[in-house]
Design a protein around this ligand. Sequence first.
Ligand SMILES: [Zn+2]
Length: 344
Amino acid sequence: MSIVSLISKIPKVEIHIHLEAVASIKTLLKLNRKYGVLKNIENENEFSNYIFVETLSEMIGNFFDLQKLFRNLEDYAFLAEDVLEYMIENRVDYLEGFISPSMVKNLGFVAVQDFYAIWDQNVREIESLYNKKIRLIVDLSRSFGPENAMDNLNTVKSYIRSNPETAIIGLGLGGLEIGNPARDYYEVFKKAKDTGFHLVAHAGEEVGPESIVEALDLCSAERIGHGTSAIYDEDVMKMLRDRDIPLEICVTSNVFTKKYVSEFSNHPIGKFIEYGIPVTVNTDDPVLFGTNLNREYTDISTYCGLDDETIIKLLKNNVDYSFMPDDQKREFWQTKASPLIANQ
Ligand SMILES: [Zn+2]
């Protein structure tokens, strides 16, 4: 079996993906006809032009626009169907997805507690009908400031108290990195850590390596989203390697937002792997970047100069650095993935 064929067939794990951006273009156009959020966008071509961005800030603006299209249970049900379809198409059997309450709170179409309840209901439905597992990470956005983040932390804590069976397992720091340092979120993440949440942070996506150090030391991040700028500071690379902190690499996303990378071939992923930093492979925002998990692995294999053995190691890293319990990680790899690799 070729590596491309193995990539498409092997059961996979994805750990950095914003669930609103897993919506299909069909769903977005349908909801846009209903609500008229994106002006003059009526077909796939117009949507493709609209999502073309050159900076992270433009991309975040697009993401906020997408969030304006989801206003009730029915809209979120379309999104859940798209998430399921994405998982089936890409053979993703376990997914840790970000859900983003800040804009939901601002818009006020759905109360944040109801937003969590809707996601939990959708996750339960998918898990009961299909052999898939989804865990949710609440993304606190730097774009809305620390007060909003603390408020969101309190809301999610109170939601979990009343819904202990929730799929929510962690908190993330996302949003605009420039001008919004992780140190501003120290109190929020300290409180979140004391509560027992898993913690992750986007960092080094459009700010230098110092942003990664802050995310690790001040927000206790267990994984770093992107971390691309680590390549400019060997001390930071050493810190990631020695502390066994994985990078959630999203190559297409980095190429789109153009901060440190202009194409697949000059992404530092190969150098990170060579240095011994744990690397995972993810899509970030599939519909906004026109990608999916199979394509990410295939393009990395084709354009980043990595051999098949390394691609298999990357597939395993996504399992090993997920927040699944250890016995489930072992079972996932041994019973679902290994037999396919043995037949390769
Ligand atoms: Zn992200």
